[in-house]
Design a protein around this ligand. Structure first.
Ligand SMILES: Nc1nc2c(ncn2[C@@H]2O[C@H](COP(=O)(O)OP(=O)(O)OP(=O)(O)O)[C@@H](O)[C@H]2O)c(=O)[nH]1
Ligand SMILES: [Mg+2]
Length: 280
């Protein structure tokens, strides 16, 4: 898992790179994490994407609650965006993704035609905050069509394009966007799903949030797996998990520190079930 510390230097650098990349682009495919589709959006994307075709991919949908993912798609569509849910690790969803991309490209071509521009390939960029699955998505999308079209004359040097066929070219590197770091609720959610280094926020606070969330949203599973009941406080929860997982210190007492780490890892991997952190 990659985690970033976002401080102004990093953000300024990402921003400069994005502004340059976006100049060459017709359609932005914005990846968000389906567990937190709001917090994993970039705060400036509306500005950056002005005048571009837009597709939102709610990635890691296999880790999120289906009903809420559907609600989010509806929400984005109401905002006039094309939106689709996906598990990038599963190749099967890509046919539908391709259809949405074609749709966005067709809109762009229509606009071009009105301005008298013909036969220009539609240029696509995959963008998103760290760890949302950009590289996985690009690899799966290009699987059968990995022909690099090389540097295009007339565009910034050094950019490589991958032909997706049907007159669509993909920039071969993803655009890194910066996350919402200004509000603490978003920071907590970003840390819980692994898109932000959890060292930047107070670990005790993060742990409290996670336990609260799991009791609310996955109470049944917590009872079934660890014998946790709603009345258990944090120490009680961690002790029960440590005992069930045989996490015992050499002195014989429960290793609650290890239990906490286990809880974070299990949530992030989906081992505690599909839990969405945000509702539209
Ligand atoms: N469960 C699940 N995991 C995914 C999915 N897509 C990507 N991942 C996993 O998420 C992690 C991050 O994926 P990457 O493709 O490296 O993400 P990225 O956006 O390129 O990350 P950076 O390059 O660090 O910004 C990896 O462990 C992937 O295997 C998905 O749809 N579902
Ligand atoms: Mg990557």
């Amino acid at each position: 898992m990659t985690a970033y510390n976002w401080y102004p230097g990093h953000m300024a650098k990402a921003k400069r790179a994005m502004v340059e990349d976006i100049k060459l682009i017709d359609v932005i495919v914005e990846l968000v994490d389906a567990r937190a589709p709001l917090s994993t959006r970039n705060p400036d994307i509306e500005n950056l994407g002005q005048g571009k075709g837009r597709v939102i991919v709610l990635n890691k949908a296999d880790l999120a609650e289906d009903a809420l993912t559907k609600e989010w798609i509806r929400h984005f569509e109401e905002d006039g965006l094309l939106a689709i849910s996906l598990n990038s690790k599963d190749k099967q969803g890509f046919q539908a993704v391709r259809k949405v991309i074609d749709e966005a490209a067709a809109k762009k071509r229509e606009r071009d035609l009105k301005r008298g521009i013909k036969n220009r390939p539609v240029r696509l960029l995959v963008a998103g905050i760290p760890n949302v699955g950009k590289s996985t998505f690009i690899n799966s999308l290009c699987k059968r069509n990995i022909a690099k079209t090389g540097n295009k004359p007339g565009v910034t040097k050094g950019k490589q394009w991958i032909s997706l066929g049907k007159g669509i070219d993909l920039m071969d590197t993803p655009g890194i966007l910066w996350p919402r770091i200004e509000d603490s609720d978003s920071q907590i959610r970003l840390a819980l799903i692994g898109s932000m280094n959890d060292e930047v926020i107070n670990r005790d606070e993060l742990l409290s949030e996670l336990i609260k969330l799991l009791k609310e949203r996955a109470g049944g599973l917590m009872t079934e797996r660890f014998g946790i009941v709603s009345g258990d406080d944090e120490a009680g929860v961690l002790n029960k998990i440590a005992a069930r997982q045989s996490m015992i210190r050499s002195g014989g007492e429960n290793d609650t520190e290890r239990a906490a780490g286990y809880l974070f890892t299990s949530y992030r991997s989906g081992a505690l079930g599909r839990i969405t952190l945000e509702e539209p």
